[in-house]
Design a protein around this ligand. Structure first.
Ligand code: PEP
Ligand code: MG
Length: 892
């Protein structure tokens, strides 16, 4: 690198401090693209293109994220002015032009560039360096007054909006008025004298005399970009995308090149492959005689990249050559921005391109077979993100403008479109008439499952990610938005922020983003491409024997679907889910039975039904383990609705049977049902319940053995707190197993274990392991009990606020709370393995399908995760990523 005396004098490196500014051609001693944390994504890739690939990039320099961080904490960094001045001088020398020169001015762009892509969230200023004198110089130098004044007008508008916080829509209004006055429709037809006039008018809008000193313009623009890191848009985006708020942005100052010089100029964006489909071959568009913002703004109609061939044949060839070099170098698909200035091509930006799920899968597989890229299978697995897989598995709303009327928690991914109904019965009736229906309720209960099952989507005003609606809908692959707390529901309407939606009106629900739109948006069908199976198989090769993936399935149908999706067993069969819908009265009869006869009769019916259910599941999962959880009905979800009974009682419409239910329901009513007579506690009061269920399980397994099958049974006890509880229930289970085995004359492979859902059980994992063959962490309840946050209530209002205020880094019901719940899991794993090294350890809470949580579970030595059948492919990929990350950590 040329050493410029004033540059080295200002270079802080010589004084032992880190430089705050690096030119694009700086030799970093390692590939600059690895320095994104310091140079930001844009800066790192500009440096890579300049210093490694030697591509035609307009020269410039990057002010580091460190400088921004320092500005945001303690103000403008000491020494930064000197470093910038030195780099500006060097840039002037390279370009042979000076900032603000009245004869031939250097103009620069000032762009943000964070380490993680934050598209459109922060600010850019173009054409910086123009002032009332320099604009004349530019006009003379280019012999194009119109071009010079148009550049100045654009600069004032950007500087006004971004740096001076002035103008806004008035700039556009004035420009539109000028176009009408000149009776032209295209921007580049506005004559020079009108542009001169606009420049004066724009300057009056900026609220202060427009700064004429280019160095001051530069400092203020840099400061504005620094500040935009903390702008509300950027903060909201980072919160949503879980990007660290202290990573800060770099700022890139780059010599301007002009795509709007003349008709021999232009600007465009290009992808090295199609980012929508992954197909090989370049893709993109461009505009003749335009600046970058014109392409992005979408006002002028762009031409496809292929049209470059006719218009700029030499540039077309050069660009293609650059695309191939970029792909070979990065071994990935790139997206680029380029400008043609009077026939010369300049690369303004490149980065690894964003892509759809389909494209990600296709490109990853294709690139393993391409000789100049030679991606390994492991690399291909890492190229695909869990969200890519998620997207190809569910219908989505087609791209287009969304008018969002309400937002809640996206609790079950995919999108659904339908007419609104407010009761499960109305939904069932509407679907019976051939309509598509969306169920909107305050919250859902087992009473609603028939409606839920046939809904295109479900929306609730209460509830969270692990509340009833979310858990059930996720298992069935139905899109759900929960916790839309500002939505008010009337008898046949709902209202939010002044918008009223009536029964029968169409709405569109995005269960991935949590957005609800009025009207009927178009849906795209889920399209798992052929490459999905390949990637999942390669992922299995990585994780096999180290981290298993099972499914939470409650029926033969779901178990079969789970197996098709690659599940290696059932990690949780919630037997109470077998009693939703029209079977609900059976469980109610059993819970509310007042005499032994009533109980025996209810249990006999229960035995019958469960036996055939289990048989179906064992058939679907033959030779794979099936964990059957004994009944765990939180009573509030399974008792008749007391308020409804009170209302009906008041008008005398209760039958004798209802009266009986009412009395019994009142006696079982609890203040805190989630902490009440659930799980093993109900069984302690009603021992016949678990015994009957075990009988049903073992008899079903016996039938499968008789039919030549290989059932692998795991019986699991929920909500254990002490060793004594499990020891007692284990004895009952063993007695039942023995009795059934004697009766059927064959032995069945059965293990007995427990869920770890209470903090005490986690802490006493050692004691409990003495009487358990396996543990499965029920992280939904464990999170609820560790935080003391009601899993049904906390997410609507409170959690949102906690997340916005930064009181919690993540929603702990979505991603395992490493430092609290996670540490308890880890402690339990260690203690349990000390007592029983071969104890099998799984996770069946909703965290079992969350990629970040899966990474945590892999680290603490969990054997398998279990999630919704629809999520199994995502979990297979995430589990492979987790194992690869672990290996990389251990070897590095
Ligand atoms: C849990 O608590 O994590 C669990 C899987 O059980 P459920 O959600 O059925 O309470
Ligand atoms: Mg639980």
């Amino acid at each position: 690198m040329t050493q410029w005396p004033w540059y080295s004098a200002a270079n802080r490196v010589e004084n032992g401090a880190m430089a705050l500014v690096y030119p694009f051609d700086h030799r970093h001693g390692r590939p600059p693209r690895e320095l994104k944390a310091l140079l930001g994504g844009k800066g790192a890739d500009l440096a890579e293109m300049t210093s490694v690939l030697k591509l035609p990039v307009p020269p410039g320099f990057t002010i580091t994220t460190e400088a921004c961080r320092s500005y945001l904490t303690t103000g403008w960094p000491e020494g930064l002015d000197d470093e910038i001045a030195a780099h500006v001088s060097r840039l002037e020398a390279t370009m042979g032009r000076r900032l603000g020169d009245a004869a031939d001015p250097l103009l620069v762009s000032v762009r943000s560039g964070a380490p993680f892509s934050m598209p459109g969230m922060m600010d850019t200023v173009l054409n910086l360096g123009l002032n009332d004198e320099a604009v004349e110089g530019l006009a003379k130098q280019t012999s194009d007054e119109r071009f010079a004044y148009d550049s100045y007008r654009r600069f004032i508008a950007l500087f006004g909006r971004i740096v001076l916080d002035a103008g806004g829509p008035e700039f556009d209004d004035l420009f539109d008025a000028a176009k009408s006055l000149a009776a032209v429709t295209s921007d580049d037809a506005v004559p020079a004298e009108l542009l001169r006039y606009l420049v004066r008018r724009y300057q009056q809008l900026t609220g202060e005399p427009f700064p004429q000193d280019p160095r001051m313009q530069l400092r203020r623009a840099i400061e504005a970009v620094f500040r935009s890191w903390d702008g509300p848009r950027a903060v909201a985006y980072r919160t949503r995308e879980h990007i660290a708020h202290d990573s800060a942005t770099a700022v890139n100052v780059q010599a301007m090149v002009f795509g709007n010089r003349d008709d021999d100029s232009g600007t465009g964006v290009g992808f090295t492959r199609d980012p929508a489909t992954g197909a090989k071959g370049s893709y993109g568009d461009f505009l003749v005689n335009a600046q970058g913002e014109d392409v992005v703004a979408g006002i002028r109609k762009t031409l496809p990249l292929s049209a470059l061939k006719d218009r700029f044949p030499k540039v077309y060839e050069e660009l293609h050559d650059i695309f191939s070099r970029l792909e070979r170098h990065y071994r990935d698909m790139l997206d680029t921005e380029f400008t043609i200035e009077q026939g010369k091509l300049w690369m303004l930006q490149t980065r690894v391109g964003k892509r759809t799920g389909r494209a990600a899968l296709r490109m990853a597989v294709d690139m393993t077979a391409e000789s100049d890229i030679q991606l390994s299978r492991t690399e291909a697995v890492l190229r695909v993100r869990p969200e890519h897989v998620d997207r190809v598995l569910h219908p989505e709303l087609a791209a287009g403008d969304r008018v969002v009327v309400a937002t809640g928690l996206g609790a079950s991914p995919g999108a659904g479109v339908g007419q609104v109904y407010f009761t499960s019965d109305d939904v069932v009736a509407a679907v019976g008439r051939g309509e598509s229906a969306v169920l909107v309720r305050t919250e859902t209960s087992p009473d609603d499952v028939e409606g839920m099952q046939v809904s295109a989507a479900v929306v609730t005003t209460r509830g969270g990610l692990v509340s009833h609606a979310a858990v059930v809908a996720r298992a069935w692959g139905i899109p759900v938005v929960v916790g839309v707390s500002d939505l008010e529901i009337g008898p046949d309407w709902f209202e939010i922020d002044g918008t009223t939606v009536r029964q029968g009106d169409w709405i569109s629900v995005d269960g991935t983003t949590g957005e609800i739109m009025a009207g009927r948006l178009e849906l795209t069908a889920p399209e798992p491409p052929a490459e999905l199976a390949r990637i999942c198989e390669w992922a299995d090769d990585v994780r096999r024997g180290r981290l298993g993936v099972r499914a939470n399935a409650d029926s033969g149908h779901d178990a079969a679907l789970a197996r098709e999706n690659g599940a290696e067993g059932v990690g949780l069969c919630r037997t109470e889910h077998m009693f939703l819908g029209d079977r609900l009265p059976l469980v109610q009869r059993m819970i509310l039975a007042e005499t032994p006869e009533e109980e025996t009769s209810a249990l006999a019916d229960l035995l019958e039904l469960q036996r055939s259910d289990f048989e179906e599941i064992f058939t679907a999962m033959d030779s794979l383990p099936v964990t059957v959880r004994l009944l765990d009905p939180p009573l509030h979800e399974f008792l008749p609705d007391i308020e409804d009974l009170i209302a009906r009682d008041a008008v005398g419409s209760l039958s004798d049977v209802d009266q009986g239910l009412f009395t019994a329901a009142r006696s079982w009513q609890e203040q805190n049902p989630m902490l009440g007579t659930r799980g093993v506690r109900l069984a302690i009061l009603r021992p016949a319940l678990y015994k009957t269920q075990v009988r049903a399980v073992i008899e079903a397994a016996g039938r499968r053995v008789e039919a030549g099958g290989h059932p692998m049974v795991e019986v699991m006890v929920p909500l254990i707190v002490t060793r004594a509880e499990l020891a007692l229930v284990r004895r009952w289970i063993e007695e039942e197993i023995d009795a059934v085995q004697v009766r059927i004359g064959s032995s069945i492979d059965v293990r007995i274990g427990t869920m770890i859902e209470t903090p005490r059980a986690a802490v006493r994992g050692d004691d409990i392991a003495e009487v358990a063959d396996f543990f499965s962490f029920g992280t939904n309840d464990l999170t609820q009990l560790v935080f003391g946050f009601s899993r049904d209530d906390v997410e609507g209002r409170l959690m949102t606020r906690y997340l916005e205020e930064g009181l919690l880094p993540r929603n702990p019901f979505e991603t395992i709370d490493h430092r609290g719940v996670g540490e308890l899991v880890q402690l339990c794993v260690e203690r349990a393995r000390r007592i029983r090294p071969d104890i099998k350890l799984g996770v069946c809470g909703e965290h079992g399908g969350d990629p970040e949580s899966i990474a945590f579970f892999a680290r603490v030595g969990i054997d398998y995760v279990s999630c919704s059948p629809y999520r199994v492919p995502v979990a297979r990929l995430a589990a492979a990523h987790a194992i690869l990350a672990l290996d990389a950590e251990q070897s590095g």
